[in-house]
Ligand binder design. Structure first.
Ligand code: 8YV
Length: 304
């Protein structure tokens, strides 16, 4: 039986690539593909699919994302064209929550700088400066979906006073503060986990950062678009907030060089879901969705 034709946009770990190549004739954008052959696209959360590519594929029926976020795909165009979209929710929730908590601890206790202090020998002549306590502090979680809830569960173990913003109140034992600025006022640690939508675009801006204040930390494991990066850089450069721990950036992987000299900033390479176990599960789920489509079975994790 001839293998179905798919277009691959992202790159995957070797074992996922081998599995895709075994099941499909895999085309790549830089190899001048025959777009008429393409029935499905495999991509990831960051790369998504450019609308011109969707338009160029007349027989496209499925976009399978290796990632939970679908903000890099025009869903209304897909709906119009009757193209289904799948993502990989649930399997990455715990890892994203783990990294958010790790980043919060790392920025508050300055773990990377403390490590350099110990490793460089500086410890022999000076003790490391005192840092900020995390346990018992006030956390504000912006976006209370699966990942936000998993972060909250972890933070209860730190005895934190937890509040959250979301589109609507949820039956959860945490304080609901719908307004982002009010949440920032509450929070010592403002943790952004919200999916990027037109409603959340730059929801963290100069005003929210002012509300977070000079003792407040910002942690972002969602999407850069949720934050006005220029306003954030200005707030960090002028110590209007205590610090920021960021896994996502405008124009990533090219990070704005203004971040580089900032000591009140922890920079991470968009790797919240990047453990061996989770990436394996994400690859499997993406392929299971592709397989379901080509076998005419219901999709496992459809977005639309
Ligand atoms: C991945 C992500 O980094 O799930 C998402 O939306 O951004 C991440 O899990 C990405 O999709 C894989 O490259």
């Amino acid at each position: 039986m001839p293998k179905p034709h798919i277009l691959q946009i992202a790159s995957y770990p070797a074992s996922d690539q081998t599995a895709l190549d075994a099941a499909y004739t895999v085309h790549h954008l830089d190899q001048n593909p025959d777009f008429g052959l393409i029935e499905a696209i495999a991509t990831n959360g960051g790369a998504g699919v450019a609308s011109e590519v969707i338009q160029a594929c007349p027989n496209l029926k499925l976009i399978a994302i290796y990632g939970v976020g679908y903000d890099a795909i025009d869903l209304s165009l897909c709906a119009e064209r009757n193209i289904q979209v799948t993502n990989t929710p649930d399997v990455l929730t715990g890892d994203c929550a783990d990294l958010a908590v790790g980043m919060m601890l790392a920025i508050a206790r300055q773990i990377p700088a403390a490590e350099r202090h110990a490793r460089s020998g500086a410890w022999a002549t000076a003790s490391f400066p005192l840092q900020r306590r995390v346990w018992g502090a006030k956390a504000g979680i912006l976006g209370m979906g699966r990942i936000g809830q998993d972060v909250a569960t972890r933070l209860t173990g730190f005895g934190m006073d937890i509040a959250y913003s979301a589109r609507s109140e949820k039956p959860l034992p945490y304080k609901y503060i719908p307004d982002a600025k009010a949440l920032a006022t509450h929070a010592d640690f403002l943790i952004v986990t919200a999916a990027a939508t037109s409603e959340t675009h730059h929801i963290i801006n100069a005003e929210t950062l002012k509300a977070l204040g000079p003792d407040g930390f910002l942690i972002n494991i969602s999407r850069a678009a949720n934050i006005d990066e220029n306003a954030l850089l200005h707030a960090l450069e002028t110590n209007q907030i205590a610090g920021a721990a960021l896994d996502v950036f405008d124009n990533e992987p090219q990070i704005n060089p203004r971040f580089l000299p900032l000591k009140n900033t922890l920079l991470q390479p968009h790797h919240a879901s990047a453990t061996l176990q989770t990436r394996r599960a994400m690859g499997q789920l993406m392929r299971d969705n592709l397989e379901a489509y080509f076998a005419n079975r219901p999709l496992i994790t459809p977005v639309i």
